[in-house]
Structure formats: structure tokens, C-alpha cells
Design a protein around this ligand. Structure first.
Ligand code: LLP
Length: 421
């Protein structure tokens, strides 16, 4: 459920008509709803109620500081994967003790930043990383809390580019080697083992792969405790999928996910962390674009928008589906026809949808891409020297631009032409 609904024939973000925002900030723009973000966060809170837990929102999904501030105010922790995300989270007021640091390639500089600024735990992904973190911590005279990310060799049954829990993926250490790695960690004085971490992929639409991974983590918890390690936390990662196509069967609900967590790891007495990103932000955001032309091709028609693959790369990168709807509600029974929906970038891959059934759209009309709040603005680029799209946040009838569209001067002046050229 989201808060982008038609009212009096016009698509609104909560209480604000989208054409009003378009008039104020121009198109294309991203728009997020506080009510939807809040609702999604609370669904996870309810799902884990009664269990000691912390929901660590995955910053990578949508890292705007206004979104991070909202999450922080709701009581969330965050999962960061770079020094940049760490800095953003801190700038948005998230305290270090609510930040977990994931990622396969943390640099010593990033480790230092987090150790000095405060950190809940590092999710360590390899033995070389463990050695580096130990050294950095000793150098600073502190002890780094760690969970080791294990790779459970489970098929997440999602798009291959976002599956992370198979043995062939670069993530985590093979679960079969976990006991040896924990034994090694225990000998390193700069580290303190606090738990186990697992994350098997993103946009999962079934609970079975999660359950298979979590069952392995539960077994490992018992084994590591027998080995004398204190396992007080389990970080179960993110990955619960969202309904991108309203016509498809809906993925499991957070409540069902939470019940499964309770059943599989609930008896271990561990504090549970989860790292949802997409489910919180995805359907809490839309991308609004304007039609530039409708072009008749050979046997097919093209709807050319002012948004492109650089603004929302998911269709080009993962062949992802986003529902695209007119901002002015089509008349009931309006005839639909297939059309290719494309952007202005000079690549055939700049295609949002092929043969999409759409009601008539004319140049100047606004359309909205649904489910664009996660992995939308954060993955945008300035390819073709197209300015990054502004972001707007709505709460009831309040509206704020939370990131401006850069000017062409700002973009062009970032380059330097060497004087010797
Ligand atoms: N934790 C870790 C360690 C992750 O790597 C990720 C996502 C998450 C949590 C959050 O997963 P979520 O709940 O959002 O599924 N750009 C891709 C998605 C990449 C996901 C990467 N890792 C897309 O647009 O589909």
C-alpha cells in the first residue's frame, strides 16, 4: 500500500497534486511519501515485536538525508556500505551505535572513520578484511565489534545481478569455513565477536530461501557457542521483495517474514537485526516525467519521455518492470494500446517498457513511474550531461525539495581544463 492515489482524477502524493510539484520543480522529479515510508518501517517493527531487535535501514536504497532523518526518528538503525554512506547517516543524526557497516571492500580509511565516529558492528566479509580491521583498531587503541558475514550457499531465486548468497558470489565467507574463521577472530585482540551476519540477495519474493539461510545461521550459532564464542546478535540482512507489478502475486508480507524469523531463530536469545531497504523505500517513491513526443515507428509507437535510463536505470540494468501511469486519471474505459516507453538518451537500452499497454498520452502529459523510491535516485548519473533529478518529500500537504536539480553551470564547472592543454 502506498500514498500515491488518484483524487478527483489527479494523481496525488499524499495530499499534494503531482502537477503542482511539477509546476514548482520541473520534470523529471522523484517524490517520496513520509506516510508510506513510516508505514513500511512500522510493518517491520510490528513483525519483530516482542523480540529484541533493531531494524537497520539499508541506506543504499535511498540515501537522502531527509529519509535517513525520518528513519532515525522512527527508531531505526542503518546499514551502510561506504565511508560516504557512513558520513551521510551521521550527518542525518544517526548515532554510531545504531550503524552497521557492511561491504566486501572496506578500506582502512573507512574502518578508521567508523571506529572514531562510533559503530555498532562491522559485518566482516573476508579474512584479509578481518586482519586489516584488527590492525586499524589496535592502532587506535579500540576494539572493533564484528559479525562475520557467512555465505550460506542458498539460491535466493531472484535476478542474478542481485543474488548474493550462492557460493560463487563474492559475498561473505563460505559457511563451512565459519568455525575456523571465528576461531581465528577470537585470537585477534583488536576484534570482539558479537554475532553472525547473512544477506542472500534482494527482491526475494518467497520466504523459503530466507528460511534455508536462517536455519543454517541458527545451526552455526549453536556450534559457535559450543566453541566458546559469545553470539549475541544475528544480522539477517535485507532482501524482502515488493510488488512491482500490481497484477502479479504479492510477495510475502513483513508480518509473515517476521513470523518465520521467530520460528527459525527465535529460541536462540539473540538480538535480531534486519537490513531492509527496498521494502521501506521502494513503493514510497515515484518518478514523475513528462511526455516530449509520441512517435510512430515501423509497426510500433514510441512514447518519448524527459526521463531516461540515467535517471532510473533499473529497467535498462535488470530488465526491471515499473508500472507507469498517467498523472491525470484516464477516463473509465479509455482505450489502451501498446507503446514502447523510452527516454532521450542515445542508446537502445534507454527503454523503460516495451509494448506497454497505455491509455492515450500526449506531449506535455505527465506520467509517474511507481515503485521508484528504492534504487532510483541513488543509482542516477549525469550521463549525456543530464542533471541529476531533484527529490521532493511530501507529508500530508507539506512539500519540501530535499535535493535540488543542479544547474548546468554546477555540472560543467566541475571539470577542469589543464592550462597546458
Ligand atoms: N544489506 C545488504 C548487505 C545488502 O547488500 C543489501 C542490498 C541490503 C541489505 C538491502 O536489500 P533490500 O532490502 O533493499 O533488498 N540495485 C538493485 C538492488 C541491489 C541490492 C544490493 N544490496 C536493484 O535496483 O534492484
Amino acid at each position: 500500500m502506498d500514498h500515491f492515489l488518484y483524487r478527483d482524477g489527479v494523481l496525488h502524493a499524499e495530499d499534494v497534486p503531482l502537477p503542482e510539484i511539477a509546476a514548482q520543480v520541473g520534470t523529471p522529479f522523484y517524490c517520496y511519501s513520509v506516510a508510506t515510508l513510516t508505514r513500511h518501517f512500522r510493518l517491520f517493527q510490528e513483525a519483530l515485536a516482542g523480540m529484541d531487535h533493531l531494524i537497520c535501514y539499508a541506506v543504499k536504497a535511498n540515501s537522502n538525508q531527509a529519509v535517513l532523518k525520518l528513519m532515525g526518528d522512527l527508531g531505526a538503525g542503518v546499514d551502510v556500505v561506504s565511508g560516504g554512506e557512513y558520513r551521510r547517516a551521521r550527518a542525518a543524526g544517526i548515532p554510531g551505535e545504531r550503524i552497521v557497516f557492511s561491504g566486501v571492500g572496506k578500506t582502512r580509511e573507512e574502518m578508521r572513520l567508523a571506529l572514531e565516529g562510533g559503530i555498532r558492528q562491522f559485518n566482516v566479509e573476508s579474512e584479509p578484511e578481518m586482519a586489516a580491521l584488527n590492525e586499524v583498531a589496535l592502532g587506535l587503541g579500540v576494539v572493533a565489534p564484528i559479525a562475520v558475514r557467512v555465505n550460506p550457499d542458498v539460491d535466493a531465486q531472484t535476478h542474478e545481478k542481485i543474488a548474493t548468497g550462492k557460493a560463487e558470489n563474492k559475498f561473505g565467507i563460505p559457511i563451512a569455513r565459519a568455525r575456523a574463521v571465528y576461531a581465528h577472530a577470537a585470537t585477534l585482540p583488536g576484534l570482539r565477536v558479537v554475532g553472525i551476519d547473512v544477506h542472500i540477495g534482494s527482491q526475494l519474493t518467497a520466504l523459503e530461501p530466507f528460511e534455508a539461510a536462517y536455519a543454517k545461521v541458527a545451526d552455526l550459532t549453536r556450534a559457535l557457542r559450543q566453541d566458546g564464542h559469545e553470539i549475541i546478535r544475528l544480522d539477517l540482512g535485507g532482501g524482502l521483495g515488493i510488488p512491482y507489478e500490481r497484477s502479479n502475486a504479492a510477495p510475502p508480507l513483513p508480518l509473515e517474514y517476521g513470523a518465520m524469523i521467530r520460528r527459525v531463530v527465535g529460541d536462540l536469545g539473540c538480538e535480531i537485526e534486519i537490513e531492509p531497504g527496498r521494502l521501506i523505500a521502494g513503493n514510497a517513491g515515484i518518478l514523475v516525467a513528462q511526455a516530449i513526443y509520441v512517435k510512430e515507428g515501423e509497426g510500433r509507437n514510441f512514447l518519448i519521455l524527459d526521463a531516461a535510463m540515467n535517471d532510473l536505470v533499473r529497467p535498462a540494468m535488470y530488465s526491471a518492470h515499473h508500472d507507469i501511469v498517467p498523472v491525470i486519471e484516464p477516463a473509465p474505459g479509455a482505450e489502451q494500446a501498446p507503446i514502447d516507453i523510452v527516454g532521450p538518451v542515445c542508446e537502445t537500452g534507454d527503454t523503460f517498457a516495451k509494448s506497454r499497454m497505455m491509455p492515450p498520452v500526449a506531449p506535455g502529459d505527465l506520467v509517474a513511474f511507481r515503485s521508484a523510491g528504492a534504487y532510483g535516485a541513488v543509482m542516477a548519473s549525469e550521463y549525456n550531461t543530464r542533471p541529476l533529478v531533484p527529490e521532493v518529500l511530501v507529508m500530508g500537504d507539506h512539500l519540501a525539495v530535499i535535493r535540488d536539480r543542479p544547474s548546468f553551470d554546477e555540472i560543467i564547472n566541475r571539470d577542469t581544463i589543464p592550462e597546458w592543454l
